[in-house]
Ligand binder design. Structure first.
Ligand code: TRP
Length: 449
């Protein structure tokens, strides 16, 4: 096996295309369809989008490459990979890398526990849009309130969602993850395009495009810029080794950098398409864009109900949300499972059930107490992912060996050498500083006003 890193039993992706779909499935999630539109609404539209695109280029892409190449070169789970590639370093470097690896596994565990509750809400609203569960008298607001307020109903859907995730991951990298994501991603893009055509006829499309793509810099704040940076992280699934883990199943490291560009591009395009559709619906109804976190579950279902053909739109939209959340959740579980399989020899099937079960249990806590939900969300998104990303950037830029570092740029010739140098400068000096700024901002050490 050319892989040369681990026992011959280690799984691989069937094709490069399958890998790109699985990795973009990880990236495209609730972050794209639920969070990106509402923070864009809150921070004023076009200028925020522009800054966000800059962050994807300057921080997202360099880190994406770092994670992929670390995983690919080591051929191991995130903790094993961080340890292996820094084994020649001094104690401090080794400890730092090991810490980031462990934090990555913990992040996967904790994020999935609340992510799954939201995935469950999407399933609930899918049934509501099918009319199999009645909408409450007071509309979506009340429907959502009753759902989030009932731990029993939330737990039921959370259980269904976790079962979906476990059943895929248990079947393996190629037969489970790659196969399912190769169907979910094209379906997701198809639904999005149909919705896009539909909103072309309902009137809000022009206003939506102007809102998203005509930057008004007077609306941009420092706060918005840091939010954009933090979101670039979250939406690309960076900072916890999801891309390390997925990269570790690649067969070769030629041109990993190109794969990273594809994943980031797909993620960005899908976020922009989702934003376009959602704001077209909002503007067509004459509403304001700054609806906040309730945009998808509170504002949209009511608007769908008023639109011609709105039921079909609602069904398509919530299916989209389920697919996006599902393929992301798969990678969250895979990060944790890969660690137990690679480092502790647990079998995949048993491991998926055991670890998935443990995550499910913590998730019930999030379904019962909204404080648990908020605490886990804040802890992981605001601190653990950025800190993990900062250490991964330091490891990729300073700690790992030069031949590991540049491997993914091969075959790009002279341009490759230039890209490799540009990447090294950014990952060493720019990325860690910007990520540190996000952490300080989230800790409220950097303030605005
Ligand atoms: N990228 C996912 C989204 O946009 C969420 C996410 C963040 C994630 N970190 C992750 C998913 C790590 C998988 C692995 O919704």
């Amino acid at each position: 096996m050319p892989d040369g890193s681990h026992g011959s039993g280690r799984s691989h992706w069937g094709s490069r295309f399958g890998f790109i779909l699985a990795a973009s499935g990880s990236a495209v999630g609730l972050g794209n369809i639920w969070k990106f539109p509402y923070i864009t609404g809150e921070y004023g539209g076009g200028a925020f989008v522009l800054v966000y695109l800059g962050c994807v280029l300057l921080v997202g892409l360099p880190l994406m490459y770092s994670e992929l190449i670390i995983g690919r070169r080591a051929g191991k789970d995130v903790l094993g990979a961080m340890r292996k590639l820094t084994s020649h370093c001094g104690d401090m470097g080794k400890d730092l890398s090991g810490f980031a690896g462990m934090m990555g596994i913990a992040s996967g565990f904790l994020i999935l526990s609340f992510y799954s509750v939201v995935g469950g809400w999407a399933i609930h609203f899918f049934w509501v849009s099918l009319d199999l569960i009645p909408m409450a008298q007071g509309g979506a607001d009340e429907t959502f309130g009753a759902l989030a307020g009932s731990w029993k109903v939330s737990t039921l859907w959370h259980t269904v969602f976790m079962a979906l995730v476990i059943s895929v991951v248990a079947r393996g990298v190629h037969d489970g993850i790659e196969r399912v994501c190769s169907r979910l991603m094209p379906a997701l893009i198809g639904i999005l395009l149909i919705l896009l055509v539909y909103v072309g006829f309902t009137g809000g499309l022009g206003a939506s495009l102007a809102f998203l793509f005509r930057p008004d810099f007077s609306k941009l704040s420092g706060e918005g810029a840091l939010e954009a940076l933090g979101h670039a992280f979250f939406t690309l699934s960076l900072g916890m080794g999801a891309m390390v883990t997925y990269g570790s199943y690649l067969k070769s490291d030629t041109f990993v950098v190109r794969d990273g560009v594809w994943i980031a591009a797909l993620d960005t395009i899908i976020a922009l398409l989702a934003g376009t559709v959602i704001f077209a619906v909002v503007f067509a109804a004459g509403m304001e864009p700054g609806a906040g976190p309730g945009l998808v579950f509170v504002t949209l279902p009511d608007l769908f109900a008023q639109m011609p053909g709105g039921q079909a739109v609602g069904i398509g939209f919530f299916l989209l949300l389920i697919f996006a959340a599902w393929s992301s959740a798969i990678s969250l579980l895979e990060v944790v499972l890969a660690y137990f399989v690679d480092e502790h020899g647990l079998s995949r099937g048993r491991g998926a059930l055991l670890i998935g079960g443990a995550i499910w249990l913590i998730g019930v806590g999030s379904a019962v107490w909204s404080q648990v939900f908020d605490f886990l969300d804040g802890l992981t998104t605001n601190y653990m992912l950025p800190l993990g990303g900062m250490i991964i950037a330091i490891a990729a830029g300073w700690l790992i060996k030069p031949e590991d570092r540049v491997a993914g740029f091969t075959r790009t010739g002279g341009a490759g050498a230039f890209l490799a140098t540009a990447w090294l400068v950014v990952i060493r000096f720019v990325t860690p500083v910007l990520v540190l700024a996000v952490i300080l901002y989230k800790m409220e050490i950097i303030r605005f006003e």
